[in-house]
Design a binder for this molecule. Structure first.
Ligand code: 87F
Length: 718
């Protein structure tokens, strides 16, 4: 490039050219970064950039020579970085050229012309060099201060990119972070970039921290080779649970590696970290229902419109949510087919075929599958998605008593999933007439509560369908006396919503908090390298610690990655919610012990290797119990007993879980819904708890003033 622009070639001129160009590239970069760091959005930065670059042209001395710029505007010339670049490039190139040229009909030399007309003087080049270096330094400083102090990167989407660009804990950069990043940025300039570098650059910066630089052995791998320790983008969470619950939730499920967003709204990718939780619950529930002699089966995903119509009365309200396949390739299907939103209509025609006599009963089937409900209101991962995983049980009995018994047995299993596995307290109860499954006889449910939003959430349902579907689908059997009777049916389901409730209840500002019973990794073992330590010994101790735990049936993993610092690993496993972290450093290694750190309360303790398994089991049990107790305490603190409408409205405004005496009339519930309708949704009954407090004679319904018949939980809900 240099000879191509016909510059005179000498070492001196080449040096000036390269130096000026280097400073110029640098200040343009830092200037751009500075604008972004000073602006709340990219758009604002872009407006400033286009203004600034126009000024850079205008005052560069190229369009209007410096000495010709009106005196009162000349300060613009002095502060314009491009003016200094031109000085640094052109003065050394041409100031010693004595070639005579004709300008305005007079003769002059090039050097003379450059000095008098353009203002490029030979003397003072030292100042030019200094100023040229001062610009990038100044811009970089302003950038650093803006990043640390203004922290705009946390206030906008753009920030996610910017945050991704360096190691930032809790979403906030420190000066050390920013300078480390800037030095990485600079060094990428002076090394040959690989084709992938620019993108990687935006996402993560690998630098050795000061502390690690002092520990040359820190990252020595098994082979003794030294490797650079990545202080990776330990992004953690940028939003606090109490500050913006909705955004916090979205962030925690993604950064905690549970969910990935998909390009169809309301559909999400369940990553292994979430799927493993589902599988653990599935394993428990599947074994329990098998003990009850319930068998698994699988019915097709598609429903023909004719069968769906059979259930028309009940499906009416649900119809808008049914998704249809209307085409194959380019041609329209002769008859569109529905995708199952639930499987009553898919299964019951075959129940009618398979059930003939009393010996065919009970028929107890379950299927693990996906269903599709094309929801229109605000999709939320796990809680409300258009496709989700569930189990649906469909059973048929000869008598109502058998059906009633099963409804409660299944409900108890759902309660155990929530309380024993997910460490979430739930309330068992019966749904109101308005809230029950319209096709059923009665509906029972387990109800959880999310204190942060003050919303109830139906955790799982167990319906007694009575004989409604038997009538519709002609499911009859002949009893011992040869009489034709209709069967009694139940249906029950819990879904991946359970996982969302768990995240909402236990998660904190550091990320997910997984109860040990459902965590696919219950214990993570992390080596803590230290200067001059016997790293191989520590690594081996970590591996054997993991092995000992695994042999004892504890789900343990060891994190021997040598390109991440221990601190980064701690945050990463905390973000993912692993219940217990075990650290092994030189001191622990020497003392034949490990250090255990709990995720739920950060409590630390040292455990001798000799009673490792026993103590870890104890700790995991304790974490499970503490999580449940903490969740119960929090939930109970939100329960508010109200007796009057005014108290009800006040409690609703305070995001309480309301327990109120109620007349149990559908019209009154409709009325409460209408009167509380607002932006955040109306209040409704969650359930009438099986455990009823005493209802003294003469107690009035809080809403209608009529005599109360039951205590009922009320609230807004998901
Ligand atoms: C959406 C579209 C179409 C719920 C729907 O709870 C139909 C329906 O029938 C629908 N949403 N329901 C009720 C589901 C009842 C029931 N089905 C078996 C359960 C448990 C499992």
């Amino acid at each position: 490039m240099y000879p191509a622009i016909s510059f005179y070639f000498s070492t001196y001129k080449l040096f000036w050219y390269l130096y000026s160009m280097f400073c110029t590239l640098l200040y343009f970069n830092y200037f751009g970064m500075m604008l972004v760091s000073l602006s709340s959005t990219y758009q604002v930065a872009a407006v400033w950039a286009s203004f600034s670059y126009t000024m850079f042209n205008l005052f560069s001395g190229y369009l209007i020579p410096g000495p010709r710029i009106p005196v009162w505007w000349r300060w613009g010339y002095w502060i314009c970085p491009t003016a200094w670049s031109l000085k640094g490039i052109l003065a050394p190139q041409y100031r010693d050229i004595g070639t005579v040229i004709t300008v305005n009909r007079g003769n002059t030399t090039i050097s003379e012309f450059l000095g008098s007309y353009l203002g490029y003087h030979y003397d003072g080049l030292g100042a030019v060099a200094t100023v040229l270096m001062a610009f990038p330094l100044a811009y970089a400083c302003v950038f650093s201060i803006a990043i640390v102090k203004l922290n705009f990167q946390n206030r906008c989407d753009v920030g996610k990119d910017i945050r991704g660009a360096w190691s930032v804990k809790d979403g906030k950069a420190t000066f050390v972070d920013v300078f480390a990043w800037l030095s990485g940025f600079l060094s990428s300039y002076t090394t040959f970039p690989s084709p992938q570098l620019p993108r990687r650059h935006l996402r993560q910066i690998n630098v050795m921290t000061g502390a690690e630089k002092k520990k040359p052995n820190a990252s020595a791998n098994a082979g003794g080779k030294k490797k650079e320790v990545k202080k990776e983008t330990g992004l953690g969470l940028s939003i606090k649970k109490d500050e913006n619950f909705g955004d916090w939730y979205q962030e925690v499920v993604v950064n905690g590696e549970m969910i990935e967003y998909y390009d169809i709204s309301g559909c999400y990718i369940l990553r292994p970290w979430a799927m493993s939780i589902w599988e653990i619950m599935q394993e428990f529930f599947d074994a329990e229902i098998k003990k009850m002699k319930i068998k698994n089966c699988y019915f097709p995903l598609f429903v023909s419109p004719g069968v769906l119509q059979k259930e028309k009365d009940h499906i009416e309200g649900f119809a808008p949510e049914v998704a249809w396949v209307t085409k194959s390739g380019d041609s329209d299907l002769e008859v569109p087919i529905a995708i199952r939103p639930t499987s009553e209509t898919v299964m019951y025609p075959f129940y009618s075929k398979w059930i003939r006599g009393h010996r065919d009963l009970p028929l107890r089937l379950n299927q693990w599958c996906n269903v599709v409900r094309w929801e229109f209101s605000n999709p939320t991962p796990f809680i409300r998605s258009r496709e989700f995983l569930w189990q649906e049980g469909h059973t048929a009995f000869a008598t109502k008593e058998e059906a009633d018994r099963e409804v409660l047995e299944i409900l108890e299993l759902y309660k155990r999933i929530y309380e024993e596995f997910l460490a979430i307290p739930v309330i068992k109860g019966k749904k109101s007439e308005l809230e029950k499954f319209a096709g059923g006889f009665y509906t029972t449910s387990v109800e959880a509560f999310i204190p942060n939003t003050g919303r109830g959430v139906q955790g799982a349902t167990s319906h007694c369908l009575g004989q409604n579907f038997a009538k519709m689908f002609e499911i009859y059997f002949e009893n011992e006396k040869g009489e034709k009777n209709m069967v009694w049916q139940n249906s029950w389901a819990y879904s991946t919503r359970t996982i969302g409730v768990m995240v909402m209840v236990h998660g904190d500002d550091k990320g997910l908090v997984l109860p040990p019973k459902v965590a696919s990794v219950q214990v993570v073992v992390i080596p803590v390298p230290y200067k001059d330590a016997d790293m191989q010994g520590i690594f081996d101790a970590c591996t054997s610690t993991m092995n000992a735990l695994c042999e004892a049936g504890i789900r343990a993993e060891v994190d021997l990655r040598d390109n991440y610092s221990p601190g980064w690993k701690y945050s990463n496993w905390e973000l993912k919610g692993v219940p217990l972290r075990i650290e092994i450093g030189p001191k622990d290694f020497a003392n034949n012990q490990v250090r255990a750190v709990r995720r739920d309360n950060s409590a630390k303790c040292d455990i001798p290797q000799a009673n490792l398994v026993e103590k870890v089991k104890e700790l995991l049990d304790d974490i499970q119990k503490s999580l449940f107790n903490a969740a119960q305490e929090k939930r109970d603190a939100c329960v508010q007993v109200v007796k009057t409408w005014d108290e009800f409205v006040e409690a609703l405004g305070q995001k309480k879980l309301i327990l109120a005496p109620w007349c149990d009339e559908e019209e009154v519930e409709k009325d409460v819904k209408a009167r509380t309708k607002g932006e955040t949704g109306a209040a409704k009954t969650l359930c009438c708890p099986f455990e009823q407090p005493e209802l003294p004679e003469g107690t009035k319904c809080f809403a209608s003033g009529k005599p109360a018949k039951v205590w009922s939980y009320w609230g807004r809900s998901y």
